[in-house]
Design a protein around this ligand. Structure first.
Ligand SMILES: Cc1ncc(COP(=O)(O)O)c(C=O)c1O
Length: 443
C-alpha cells in the first residue's frame, strides 16, 4: 500500500471505530460482511445511520455530502418528502399484492410517453433482471443464440453479461477484444455466446458484428458508458452501430439504467438515435428496487399474457405499488428544466475539476456527460475501457478515501452524479475537497 493510501486509511480508521466493530460483527454472518460489491471498500465500509436530502450520516457521527446517491438513484435527494409521503401512504394499505394496481399503469404510461422508442414496457426488480430479459427477448425474437456487449461494459450481474467487465490489463489481448470470464467456473458455452466489442471504434465493431451477424441476436450497450467514467459514445459511433444493426437484423439494446437521468427521454433523446429496446432501473423506482425493459411492440408482444406469452416472466415483487409510486413521484419532479439544470451543473463540475488538475499540475481530468461525472488520473483522451484502465487506478482509491475523509461521498471509482438539491455551494465544497486531497497526493 502506498504511503498516501496509508495516511488516508489511518484517518478513516480513526474516524470510524463503531463501523469497524459492526464490520467485524457483519463478517461473522456474511462473507466480507456484505451483500453488495459496491458497498465494500478497504479497510471497511462505514455503516449508515440515516440519510436526508444531499447528505448521508454514519453510525460514527460523520456526515457526507453525497454525490454517489445510491449509485445515481437519488436524483431528487434522499428521503425526498413527496416520495416519502407517497410510500408511507402505500405502506398503510399494503406494500405489494399478487394483482396489478393503478399506479403501475401510471408509471408505465409516464415512461412510454417520455421515450418514443418504448411502445410497451415491463417492470421487474433490478436493472440486472432488466438486461437479462432484454437479451432473452432478443434471442427469442431472432431465434439466434449470441449477443454482443462492449469490453468493460457493466449491465448487472447475471451470467451472460458477466463477461469482460472488469478484466485486468494483464488478461487483455493487446491486439483485439475477447470474451474474458469474470470468475472461475463460468461455462465455456456462456463465454462462446458473448461477442466482445471495442467501444467507440466503428471500424472494428463493423468487422466483428458483420462476421457474427448470422448468430447475433442483439448488441447491448450504454450510450454513455458508466464503467469507464461516464464516457459518451461519439454520435457517429452510436449512429454507425444503429445503422449496422438495422441492416443486419440485430436487436439494438440501449442500457439506460444510469443514463436515463440525462433527460426526459434518456440519452437516446439527446443523441436522437432510436434503439429497439431500452433497459431502465435506478431513478424510475424512486429509491426502491426496480428494473424495467421496453421497446417495440412486436418484441414486447413475446410477453403478452392476453395472447399466451412466448416468454413467461414472473416475479413476486414485480411492479409492486410501493416501488411504482416512489418512481412515479420522482419522475413527476423531473421536468425538462430540471434535467437541463442538472446537466449544466455536471458541466460546471467537470470544468472546475479540470482547472484544479491544471492548477496543481497533476495529470488528470474529469470525464462524463451531463449530470454524470468521474475523475481520472490520466491526461490521455478516454474513449474506451482500455484508455480508462491505462490511468492510475491506485490514485483513484486514494482520492476516494481522501474524499470520504473530507466528508464527500462518491463511487469507489471516483465517479458520481448531482441531484436536484445540488447548488453552487455543494459544487464548491466538492471541488474544494478534491483540491485538498490532490494537494495531499502531491505532497
Ligand atoms: C448500466 C447498468 N446496467 C445495469 C445495472 C444493474 O442494475 P441493478 O444494480 O439494479 O441490478 C447497473 C447497476 O449499476 C448499471 O449501472
Amino acid at each position: 500500500m502506498s504511503n498516501k493510501m496509508d495516511q488516508e486509511i489511518r484517518t478513516f480508521t480513526a474516524n470510524h471505530p463503531k463501523s469497524k466493530t459492526m464490520q467485524a460483527e457483519a463478517s461473522k454472518y456474511m462473507p466480507g460482511g456484505s451483500s453488495r460489491a459496491t458497498a465494500y471498500f478497504d479497510p471497511y465500509p462505514f455503516f449508515v445511520d440515516k440519510a436526508s436530502g444531499h447528505h448521508v450520516y454514519d453510525v460514527d457521527g460523520n456526515s457526507y455530502l453525497d454525490f454517489m446517491l445510491n449509485a445515481t438513484t437519488y436524483i431528487v435527494g434522499h428521503a425526498n418528502p413527496t416520495v416519502t409521503e407517497a410510500v408511507k401512504a402505500q405502506a398503510d394499505i399494503g406494500l405489494s399484492y399478487s394483482a396489478p394496481t393503478e399506479v403501475q399503469i401510471e408509471l408505465a404510461k409516464t415512461i412510454v410517453d417520455r421515450v418514443p422508442s418504448v411502445e410497451k414496457v415491463r417492470f421487474t426488480n433490478s436493472g440486472t433482471e432488466g438486461t437479462l430479459n432484454a437479451i432473452r427477448m432478443a434471442r427469442a425474437y431472432t431465434s439466434k443464440p449470441k449477443f454482443a456487449k462492449f469490453e468493460g461494459g457493466y449491465h448487472g450481474n447475471h451470467e451472460y453479461v458477466s463477461v469482460s467487465v472488469y478484466t485486468p490489463m494483464n488478461k487483455l489481448d493487446p491486439n483485439k477484444t475477447t470474451a474474458v470470464p469474470e470468475w472461475p467456473g463460468q461455462p465455456q458455452s456462456v463465454i462462446d455466446d458473448v461477442i466482445v466489442l471495442p467501444y467507440n471504434d466503428l471500424d472494428k465493431c463493423t468487422e466483428i458484428i458483420t462476421k457474427n451477424a448470422d448468430d447475433l441476436a442483439a448488441v447491448i450497450m450504454e450510450p454513455v458508458s458508466s464503467n469507464f467514467g461516464y464516457v459518451p459514445a461519439t454520435p457517429e459511433f452510436l449512429q454507425g452501430i444503429r445503422d449496422l444493426t438495422t441492416k443486419l437484423g440485430i436487436v439494438l439494446i440501449f442500457d439506460e439504467v444510469q443514463s436515463f437521468r440525462l433527460s426526459s427521454g434518456g440519452a437516446q433523446e439527446i443523441y436522437g438515435i432510436t434503439p429497439d429496446v431500452t433497459t431502465f432501473g435506478k431513478i424510475i423506482g424512486g429509491g426502491l428496487p426496480i428494473g424495467a425493459w421496453g421497446g417495440k411492440e412486436e418484441l414486447m408482444a413475446l410477453y403478452d399474457n392476453e395472447k399466451g406469452p412466448v416468454i413467461s416472466h414472473a416475479g413476486t415483487f414485480n411492479a409492486n405499488p410501493a416501488t411504482m409510486i416512489a418512481g412515479l413521484e420522482t419522475l413527476k419532479q423531473l421536468t425538462p428544466d430540471v434535467f437541463n439544470r442538472l446537466n449544466t451543473l455536471g458541466d460546471e463540475i467537470r470544468q472546475k475539476i479540470n482547472a484544479v488538475f491544471g492548477e496543481l499540475d497533476i495529470p488528470g481530468q474529469a470525464t462524463g456527460m451531463g449530470s454524470l461525472f468521474a475523475i481520472q488520473f490520466s491526461d490521455e483522451d478516454i474513449t474506451d475501457y482500455r484508455s480508462m484502465l491505462r490511468g492510475d487506478q491506485e490514485l483513484k482509491k486514494v482520492l476516494y478515501t481522501g474524499l470520504m475523509n473530507e466528508g464527500i461521498l462518491m463511487f469507489a471509482k471516483v465517479q458520481g452524479a448531482v441531484c436536484s438539491l445540488t447548488s453552487e455551494t455543494e459544487i464548491d465544497t466538492l471541488v474544494g475537497s478534491v483540491r485538498n486531497v490532490l494537494q495531499r497526493i502531491k505532497g
